[in-house]
Ligand binder design. Structure first.
Ligand SMILES: N[C@@H](CCC(=O)N[C@@H](CS)C(=O)NCC(=O)O)C(=O)O
Length: 228
């Protein structure tokens, strides 16, 4: 059984979306945001206090992961028949890994500065200049997505089909929407984002997190919209 620790629409949405695309059995453990302050017991599970945390199996073969893009890669690679992986022998393997890593290192990273200094910090520590600069940074980096979708022969980022890389990058688009940046997506990125949201796997993941939050008595407010 796979256990995913998750806050509504936080980066842990990446592995949740993967689990729904793959239609795997899993248990979803919902946490209030930020767990570091609102669910201190979670620090014993993940000393970073961050979500996601994915746990599979038991010691001595237990798998514990705390990086959302790596989880997308792991789940795709361990279920190759589902077609969300790109094999190391495939010509698009390098592009696939590049998108997976870019999704968090290049795209979500500047967004976290926008979140922190635009929303999460108290009024006296808010930094409008940081918000402005890193919003621009994010939108500039997103040009890689616009270019790939404009010049590529496919509706998806690599390998000519939907892969785990689309889940990982797609989450950065979801977070951008929460940050009010989606109106500035280029036309190809806009159309891609609409396509991703129409996927049954995406819609099941959205419904699953709300249902689980309600059942577990956790606020359904998306983490990026949380007010401190
Ligand atoms: N690089 C990690 C980052 C994980 C991360 O920072 N998660 C955020 C939610 S999007 C979090 O848990 N923040 C709470 C905190 O920093 O206390 C990943 O992609 O999984």
């Amino acid at each position: 059984m796979l256990h995913l620790h998750h806050c509504v629409s936080a980066r842990s949405f990446r592995p949740l979306w993967m689990l729904e695309e793959l239609q795997l059995p899993y248990q979803l453990h919902m946490l209030p945001f930020p767990p570091r302050a609102k669910a201190r017991w979670f620090l014993d599970e993940n000393p970073l206090g961050t979500v996601p945390l994915l746990v599979q199996g038991a010691a001595p073969n237990e798998v514990r992961m705390t990086e959302s893009a790596a989880m997308c890669q792991y789940l795709a690679a361990t279920h190759p028949d589902a077609g969300l992986d790109v094999a190391h022998t495939h010509p698009a393997y390098g592009a696939y890994l590049n998108w997976l890593h870019m999704s968090d290192a290049t795209l979500t990273f500047p967004q976290t500065l926008v979140l922190r200094y635009g929303r999460f910090e108290p009024a006296e520590r808010k930094q409008p200049q940081v918000v402005e600069d890193y919003s621009r940074w994010f939108l500039a980096r997103l040009r890689a997505v616009e270019t790939a979708l404009t010049h590529g022969a496919s509706d998806y980022l690599c390998a000519g089909r939907f892969t785990a890389a689309d889940v990982a990058v797609g989450y950065a688009l979801l977070l951008a929407q929460h940050l009010g940046l989606s109106a500035e997506f280029g036309p190809a990125t806009q159309a891609y984002w609409q396509r991703l949201q129409q996927r049954p796997g995406y819609q099941r993941a959205m419904a699953a997190q709300v249902r689980a939050a309600e059942e577990q008595g956790v606020p359904t407010t998306p983490a990026p919209d949380t007010q401190p």
